[in-house]
Unconditional design. Structure first.
Length: 366
């Protein structure tokens, strides 16, 4: 192939648009510390994501880490979560000195299996941390029912679910908090960035303190905090990208639907179920390589790579089996998660992926 096809490519405004947008920074010299553009992006994202409250962060990981910290859980408490996720999810729990308790996932869509959560609850459980994996929406009603029954907090990792709505509501309005990632690889990016969405107004001040060293005045530090502020260059990138986001998602939709049409009848290739009550942001195109295909997942991955198509084993291995966590935390039965981890490939998808390139990818798969 003449050029490599990567699994993703960041969406960017035109060079001219971004350069024009950042010019005022050379007049103000205010390039960080919650400046004008930071506040503007926070306001516009709150409206676009349809959430009650929002706090911008330097990246998605710090958004999750500080969202967890904001609830002041006791050290050593347990958080029920999924191992079929990016390692950041588990790191955020452990770095808060909490214990992840791994729950298996559903084969149909990769989200946490809500029917197995209650069996994992103990007197030490304080929260449930599910992931809207690939933008697939978890069973939010059942998870909330369980949380209410046992007085648990629900914190969603919505890093993949930018702009997704469920039953007409922004996905970040469910649970006690949800985090979003605006990393360069995501549907919407600020180069690096993230946010916490929440319903309790008190969360805003808590998160402000946590991301700004606890500083509330020139001579006043009210609590221990970190530095997780988004800078103005990133905020402006976000404002520029937000202007084009609907077109980006539409372009991704067209490519997603082409993949679906060309792969739906291929023996041994399974596509994930979509929730009919949720919108799709077309963040990823995962396929599950099953028996009957002719190659196993790793063989297909290697074959595509040999032909300059860089798909991803997303996620392999599961976080419970990573070297840093293996055999350290409770992981009773993760058969489905491990099965998906060994069978999934995420194919290249971004708004400017050429249709001819998609057909070329399909040619190597079939």
């Amino acid at each position: 192939m003449d050029e490599k096809i990567l699994v993703t490519r960041p969406s960017m405004p035109s060079y001219e648009e971004y350069i024009e947008a950042i010019k005022p920074l050379w007049d103000s010299h205010w390039i960080t510390n919650m400046g004008t553009y930071h506040r503007q992006l926070e306001k516009e994202l709150k409206e676009y994501l349809d959430v009650p409250g929002l706090s911008l962060m330097v990246n998605g990981h710090m958004a999750l880490e500080l969202a967890i910290q904001a609830f002041d859980f006791p050290e050593g408490a347990e958080v029920i979560t999924t191992p079929f996720t990016f390692i950041s999810t588990t790191h955020a729990i452990v770095r808060n000195r909490l214990k992840p308790v791994f729950c298996d996932v559903k084969l149909s869509d990769g989200t946490i299996d809500e029917t197995k959560i209650e069996d994992l609850i103990t007197e030490n459980t304080v929260a449930i941390l599910p992931v809207h994996v690939y933008g697939n929406v978890c069973n939010v009603e059942e998870i909330q029912r369980i949380a209410d029954k046992y007085s648990l907090k629900v914190i969603y990792d919505a890093a993949h679910a930018f702009g997704v709505k469920y039953k007409g509501k922004g996905i970040g309005s469910y649970g006690d908090a949800s985090i979003f990632s605006f990393h360069a690889t995501k549907v919407f990016n600020t180069i690096e960035g993230g946010a916490v969405a929440f319903s309790d107004p008190k969360m805003y001040d808590k998160l402000y303190n946590l991301k700004n060293f606890g500083i509330r005045g020139e001579e006043l530090v009210v609590s221990v905090g970190a530095n997780a502020k988004m800078n103005e260059f990133s905020a402006i990138m976000g404002l520029c990208n937000l202007k084009h986001i609907d077109g980006v998602i539409q372009a991704r939709k067209e490519r997603y639907e082409l993949y679906t049409e060309l792969l739906k009848d291929i023996s041994g290739i399974k596509l994930f179920d979509r929730n009919e009550n949720a919108t799709n942001n077309y963040a990823y195109f995962p396929i599950l390589v099953e028996q009957g295909y002719g190659r196993n997942r790793d063989e297909l991955y290697d074959y595509l790579k040999e032909n300059d198509i860089y798909a991803r084993k997303y996620f392999y291995p599961i976080t419970a089996d990573q070297a840093c966590f293996r055999n350290k935390y409770r992981n009773d039965d993760l058969e489905n998660a491990r099965g998906l981890s060994k069978g999934v490939i995420v194919l290249p998808l971004y708004e400017k992926l050429d249709i001819k390139q998609i057909k070329c990818i399909i040619k190597y798969i079939i």
